[in-house]
Design a protein around this ligand. Structure first.
Ligand code: GAR
Length: 220
């Protein structure tokens, strides 16, 4: 009988609501999923996502950035916890602290982020309001490897949604978030299964040939 590879021990770093973390935890419940969520870590002790982790028997901890003199001390504490839990992959999921190049370097090729825009457009904050202000017709989200430059790094997966006439930042955010919950687990699955190859800025996976249908808005 063929034995499955060991599941990769994954930490999800959050700062707030944690809906992407929930999507990852739920997907990783499938026994054949190649990653297990072994730790949820928040830099804010009051983060709502921690309650979900506790209620679902996922190991969780808060490392409150406010009690540390600087970023290096804060990150040393996080790194110690990550090592204690033998973490192999990190998923940033609404983690709103900038990380130092030295921390990021330790996790190069093993740390993903989810961003609520079609990178390289709309790096930074308030992506949905800025997309609406620019009048774009298509918006979306990106799962990518983390590099020292904020919201850069090789792109693993993207999903696009149509911008509707009646959209507000909130309605647009809700449709994008649904897509985040789909592409982030898919990106983690491919990374944990060793199916991703990074060359320069491009990420190749062994997905079958053949393009999914195009999104046009308005329809042609
Ligand atoms: C998500 O929309 C995520 O893409 C975004 O924060 C939200 C967190 O929601 N991340 C960033 O803006 C990082 N640049 P969640 O806590 O419910 O997953």
């Amino acid at each position: 009988m063929q034995t499955n590879c060991r599941r990769k021990r994954t930490a999800v770093l959050i700062s707030g609501r944690g809906s992407n973390m929930q999507a990852l935890v739920e997907r990783a419940r499938v026994p054949s999923f190649p990653a297990e969520i072994a730790l949820v870590l928040s830099n804010r002790p009051e983060a709502a996502g921690l309650a979900f982790a506790r209620a679902n028997d996922v190991a969780c901890a808060a490392v409150d950035h406010k009690i540390y003199a600087g970023r290096e001390e804060f990150e040393r504490s996080m790194q110690a916890l990550l090592e204690l839990h033998r973490i192999e992959i990190i998923c940033l999921a609404g983690f709103m602290r900038l990380l130092t190049p030295s921390f990021i370097g330790q996790w190069q090729g093993r740390m993903l982020n989810i961003h609520p825009a079609l990178l390289p457009a709309y790096r930074g904050l308030d992506t949905h309001a800025r997309a609406l202000a620019d009048g774009v017709k298509i918006h979306g989200c990106t799962a990518h490897f983390v590099v020292p430059a904020m919201d850069e790094g090789p792109i693993v997966a993207q999903a696009a949604v149509a911008v509707l006439d009646g959209d507000t930042p909130e309605t647009l955010a809700a449709r994008v978030l649904e897509q985040e919950h789909l592409i982030y687990p898919a990106a983690l699955e491919r990374l944990a299964a060793g199916r991703l190859r990074i060359e320069g800025n491009r990420v190749y996976s062994d997905d079958p040939e053949g393009a999914p249908p195009a999104l046009r808005n308005p329809e042609a």
